[in-house]
Every structure is written in structure tokens, then in C-alpha cells.
Write a protein of this length. Structure first.
Lengths: 329, 327
């Protein structure tokens, strides 16, 4: 394993941050502190964390409706992310985006899209800018097994392969598009098999293993930066929670068995990563537990920050519409 | 002043902007060979990297233009209105909404040049005049040039604007000639037409005609005909629908007391509907007669010329509309 301890510990930290963030979101959402849809990333943390560990701050990511994990994995600010869910002025989008639209352009997070597959062409375009402008950044887009059936996805892969764009297509196959199994919606055995249709490498990776995700993404980034073009990575993972908070009608057990969920919960990405660090003597259990506790405290602080942040003033309704302003219609 | 063909004005604007700013590039279908004329000579001058022929993947490459604009480029996309339907997700979910949704973080200096081919037997799938549908969606600037002069000046302004712009290029005007000043004749050395400033094409006293894109020519022809009867028509070309120069329209109606709006789009929820409603809300007490809309009939575009000619506004319909306000 050719990864230094700092990076491995950062990966652990970011996975814990996401885990605590999502657990807290479930708690405060259930308590009615804010409303609307929110899609927990619990169980899938290793995918985004492993992938983003292979990127620089100057590289770009874009994502989807299951949106909290991606920005936090890229180093997004926990307080501003939480404040956005609370609809507050200090939120990433000043309360105008909410759970599904976290973004931080200052560190390359080009935003999460509520429309499935809609950010795939956008991320492809960022890579096009790198090519035309002669820049060495890459772009990586997260999308699900459901999105992999959208035309936007296929059109983007064709464009990227045709023009050898520095983009990484990262399919988070959590196996269900809401309640529909990918086995009932994807015509090939694995989403990554589709790469061959676009003359790019496609790899199937254990999405519960942050290090495996990191290594696969590192190779895709190397290809992208050296002008060899795009790659498709499929991280096979599992959503431990339900599709979305506030979607009570989709109950556990109606489309997947409790036994299946329990089997996957035994493959908790944080446990897998921690066990490996301890077993290989890279970190002690105490060090790992300290990371767990520190991130929990950080998320608690973020909730307090969000609760104390003001709502935007009513005068802000019309702000942020235009970069070159025009009179309000 | 030199006479320039509409399509050449587009070409001039693109070339000038691409020479001025290396962040500007253009992409679209068959643009290297310039099948529609507007992109002539671009590939020769600017090369593969800045003149991109795309696959037939509008949703994909519209989105790619949007993504490139987010990170510092200024793309121009060439398309036809009828192909925009295929890319609506990117135009609406991303281009229109992204800046607001992300609290002002996103800046999208992207221009979509969409030609409206209609009136030439192209039938229902290739004759769309769809700007009103985009006016309804906040976040997009909507430009409707009616002359080579405005086409060039508005396109150059659009390329420099930092918001997503859609320029609806009226296909019935592509071969039209008009005066476009040589840059050497202009203070500042170039032609820039600002957004949100209507052009008073002709001053008049009896009736205001607001006409959009190719309909401006019908309004002028109608005004010429009625002038022989002593009827004086004021013609206003809004030039941009978002932003819309309400003030010029309202001031004109205040003067004439009458309004006819001529719009090549279908009449329901058209640009004409919006302009009529603004005048009803804000200029009602100036009106001496009901507002008249002369817009395309609410029916699909039939192929046969025997029927297609019935659909759109024309000089005679505008004349009849003006007369109605004077009854």
C-alpha cells in the first residue's frame, strides 16, 4: 500500500465526518428542524472519500441528489453544509439550494444536481475547458446506477472519449434507483461494462473499500492528466438507509430484505478502513477512535452553527439571479 | 454605410469576439463546414481546438458548454430552435437555475445561438419559434435581433455578458441586408448593442406596434401602407425580451393610446401576451382601444405552403390589427 499515513487518516476522518453528518441529519430532520428531501449517504462513504483523496483542490467534482457525501469528501466546510440544510444565510448557497444542491466553487465543487445524470454533461464540460485552455485540472462526476441509464450519461461518455477529455465518470452503484434494482434496469451485468462501448477503461471496484477506490481513481486521474482521456469507475456499494428522508411510503423490506441490508452493514466502509489501519500497524485503535470523536464534535458544532445562523432576509429573494444584473421583471 | 447580410453579421461578430478573447470558442453540428453559413472561415482561422464539430448529442454538448463556462471559458453554441427540445434538461435544470440555486457561486457566460427556420416548408419539427417558453423560465437572457446591425451588436454583447444567453436568430432574415457600420466608423471601434434597450424603428402618433424579430419587417410594411391614408404608426423593436425595455413601450402607448403586438411565436403565452399584459397592468389608463395581438395561430406548422402561409403574422394581418385599434 503506497499511501502515506496522513492521507489514510484524512480518509478516515472524512468518512467519519460524513457518517456523523448523516446521522445527525436523520436526527434533526426527524425532529422537524428542517423539511424537504435529504438523501443519506451512509454506507457509501468510501466511494466519494477514496475518489476525492486522489484529487487536488484545483480539480473539479460534480454530483447528484445524494449530495452530502461528495462535498464533504472533497473537504467542504461542515458548518456551511449543515447551515444550507437548515436554509440559513451562512449556508453554502445562502439557503437557496438546500440538501440537494451543495456547492463550493472555491475548492472545485461545482455543485450537486437534483436531476439524475444532469451534472454528467456539466462535468464533461469542465474537462473540455481544461483541454481547450491547456490546463492540467481534471473533473470527476458522481452518478448512480439509475443515472447510468440516462442519455446524458451516454452522450457525455461518447463526447469525452471522442475528444479525450480529462474526466472521470464515477458510478456509485448502490444497487437501487429508489426501489428499482439495477439488475432490473441495467442491460449489462455491470455498469462498468459499458465503458467498452466508448473505448475507455471501465473498472469494477469494491465501493466499501476506500483504498481500492483511491487506487482506481488515482489511475484514472493519471490517465486524464496525461491526455489519455476519460475512465469509468464503478464503485459497487450499498445504501444502508432509505432512499430519502421524508419519503415514508418507501419502507424498509418492501424492495430489499432485512437480511440483505444486515449483510451489507457488516461491510461498513469505516470499519473496513479502521481494521486495516490497525491490523497493518499504521494507526492505533485509539487514534482511530479519536478521529471518530473529533468529527462527532465537529458535526455537533456545525448543528449549533446552523441553528444560530439567521435565515436570509426577505430582501435576498431576488439576489443571485444574474451575474450581469437586469431589472426585475 | 456598408450593406451587410444578416448571416454575415453573425459571422463578423463571432470572428471579432474570438480574436478579442481566447476564452471564446464555438461548438455545434457541422460548423466547420459552415452548413448554415454563420461559421464560415472560423475553422481555418481558429483551428480544431476552438471550433468544435459535435456529435448529434444536444443534451451532452449543451451541458458541456455550460460546464466549460463555469470554469472560465465563454462558449458559443450553434443550434436550431427545434433541437433545443433535446437539450431542455441542460438549458433549464443547469443553465437557467445553477447560479441562483448555488447562491451566486456559478457564473455562466455561455451563448446559445438558435436559428428559427420557419416559413419555408420545414413542417412541424423544424419551424419552432420558442422564445416565449424560455422567457417563462427565470435565469436566461432572451435576445431577438431583427436586423444585421442588431444581430452583430447583440451577439457581441451576449458573448461578453456573464449570464446564459439565448439568441433566437430569425431564419426568415438570414438573407436580409442592412446597414452595419464598419468598425472604423464607430466611436470605440466596435459595434455593441446593449441589452434591455428597445429600438424605436419609426416614430408615429396614432398606434404603437411592438414587433419581434422577423415581424419588424411586417410592421414596417404595414406602417408604409397606412401612411398613405394618413395613419401614423410608431414601431418598437424590443431587441431583447429578457431584459425587456418596458419603459419605451409604455411611453409609446401613453403617446399613441393604442397597441398592436406582432409576434411570430404561437399566440398563447407568447411574448405578445406578456407585453400586452404589462401594458394592461401598467398602462391601462393610456389605452383608447383594446390591445391587439397578431401572433402565429395556435396550430402546428403544416408542411404545405397552402396552409403554412396562414399561420404567421404578415403585413395584411398587422394592417388589420392596427385598423381594429382605430375603429
Amino acid at each position: 500500500m503506497d499511501i502515506n499515513k496522513d492521507r489514510l487518516m484524512l480518509m478516515l476522518r472524512r468518512m467519519w465526518t460524513i457518517r456523523h453528518f448523516e446521522l445527525k441529519v436523520i436526527e434533526v430532520h426527524s425532529a422537524g428542524e428542517f423539511t424537504g428531501a435529504a438523501h443519506p449517504y451512509i454506507g457509501e462513504e468510501a466511494v466519494a472519500v477514496g475518489a476525492c483523496a486522489a484529487l487536488n483542490d484545483t480539480d473539479y467534482i460534480a454530483g447528484n441528489h445524494r449530495s452530502h457525501g461528495h462535498p464533504l469528501a472533497k473537504g467542504g466546510d461542515v458548518k456551511r453544509a449543515m447551515a444550507e440544510l437548515y436554509g440559513r444565510k451562512d449556508g453554502y448557497c445562502k439557503g437557496k439550494g438546500g440538501s440537494m444542491h451543495l456547492a463550493d466553487f472555491s475548492i472545485g465543487i461545482l455543485g450537486e444536481s437534483g436531476i439524475v445524470a444532469s451534472s454528467v454533461p456539466v462535468a464533461t464540460g469542465a474537462a473540455l475547458a481544461a483541454k481547450i485552455g491547456g490546463k492540467d485540472f481534471v473533473s470527476l462526476v458522481f452518478f448512480g446506477d439509475g443515472a447510468s441509464n440516462q442519455g446524458a450519461c451516454h452522450e457525455s461518455m461518447n463526447l469525452a472519449a471522442l475528444w479525450k477529455l480529462p474526466v472521470i465518470f464515477l458510478c456509485e452503484n448502490n444497487q437501487f434507483a429508489v426501489t428499482t434494482s439495477y439488475k432490473d434496469s441495467v442491460a449489462v451485468e455491470h455498469v462498468s461494462d459499458r465503458a467498452s462501448a466508448y473505448n475507455m477503461p471501465g473498472v469494477l471496484v469494491d465501493g466499501q473499500d476506500a483504498i481500492a477506490m483511491y487506487e482506481a481513481t488515482t489511475e484514472a486521474v493519471r490517465r486524464a492528466r496525461s491526455g489519455e482521456g476519460p475512465s469509468l469507475i464503478e464503485g459497487l456499494t450499498y445504501r444502508f438507509e432509505e432512499h430519502s428522508l421524508g419519503l415514508g411510503r418507501v419502507r424498509r423490506g418492501e424492495y430489499r430484505t432485512g437480511d440483505e441490508i444486515e449483510q451489507w452493514r457488516k461491510r461498513d466502509p469505516i470499519v473496513i478502513h479502521t481494521d486495516r489501519l490497525v491490523a497493518q500497524g499504521i494507526a492505533t485503535l485509539e487514534e482511530c477512535e479519536a478521529v471518530r470523536d473529533e468529527t462527532m464534535a465537529e458535526v455537533d458544532e456545525a448543528v449549533e452553527f446552523a441553528r444560530n445562523s439567521p435565515f436570509p432576509d426577505e430582501s435576498e429573494l431576488f439576489e443571485d439571479m444574474w451575474a450581469t444584473p437586469i431589472p426585475q421583471a | 454605410m456598408p450593406q451587410t447580410i444578416f448571416v454575415e453579421a453573425i459571422n463578423q461578430a463571432i470572428i471579432e469576439e474570438m480574436r478579442r478573447d481566447e476564452a471564446v470558442f464555438i461548438m455545434g453540428e457541422d460548423i466547420r463546414r459552415a452548413v448554415y453559413g454563420a461559421t464560415a472561415n472560423l475553422h481555418t482561422e481558429f483551428g480544431d481546438n476552438r471550433v468544435l464539430d459535435t456529435p448529434l448529442s444536444e443534451n451532452g454538448f449543451f451541458g458541456a458548454a455550460i460546464g466549460a463556462s463555469l470554469v472560465g471559458m465563454r462558449p458559443i453554441v450553434e443550434t436550431l430552435t427545434s433541437f433545443m427540445w433535446v437539450a431542455m434538461d441542460q438549458l433549464i435544470s443547469q443553465a437557467a437555475k445553477m447560479r441562483y440555486m448555488f447562491g451566486g457561486q456559478a457564473t455562466l457566460p455561455v451563448v446559445f445561438r438558435a436559428t428559427m427556420f420557419y416559413g419555408g416548408g420545414s413542417a412541424a419539427h423544424h419551424s419552432d419559434r420558442s422564445y416565449p417558453m424560455f422567457m417563462n423560465m427565470p435565469g436566461l437572457k432572451i435576445i431577438v435581433p431583427s436586423s444585421p446591425h442588431d444581430m452583430k451588436g447583440l451577439l457581441k454583447t451576449a458573448v461578453r455578458d456573464n449570464d446564459p444567453c439565448i439568441i433566437f436568430e430569425d431564419g426568415t432574415l438570414m438573407g436580409a441586408r442592412g446597414e452595419v457600420p464598419d468598425n472604423s466608423e464607430l466611436p470605440g471601434g466596435e459595434l455593441l448593442v446593449p441589452f434591455g434597450k428597445a429600438n424605436v424603428v419609426r416614430q408615429g402618433a396614432d398606434c404603437t406596434v411592438v414587433a419581434i424579430a422577423g415581424a419588424v419587417g411586417h410592421a414596417v410594411a404595414a406602417a408604409d401602407e397606412l401612411a398613405s391614408e394618413g395613419i401614423s404608426v410608431e414601431i418598437i423593436d424590443p431587441r431583447t425580451l429578457v431584459p425587456l425595455d418596458k419603459r419605451t413601450i409604455l411611453e409609446s402607448v401613453e403617446k399613441t393610446g393604442r397597441l398592436v403586438v406582432v409576434d411570430p411565436a404561437h399566440r398563447v403565452c407568447s411574448a405578445a401576451s406578456e407585453i400586452a399584459s404589462i401594458v394592461a397592468e401598467e398602462g391601462f389608463w393610456s389605452l383608447q382601444a383594446p390591445v391587439v395581438k397578431v401572433a402565429s395561430e395556435q396550430v402546428h406548422i403544416p408542411y404545405t405552403p397552402a396552409l403554412e402561409k396562414l399561420v404567421y403574422p404578415n403585413k395584411d394581418k398587422v394592417v388589420a390589427g392596427i385598423r381594429k385599434t382605430l375603429e
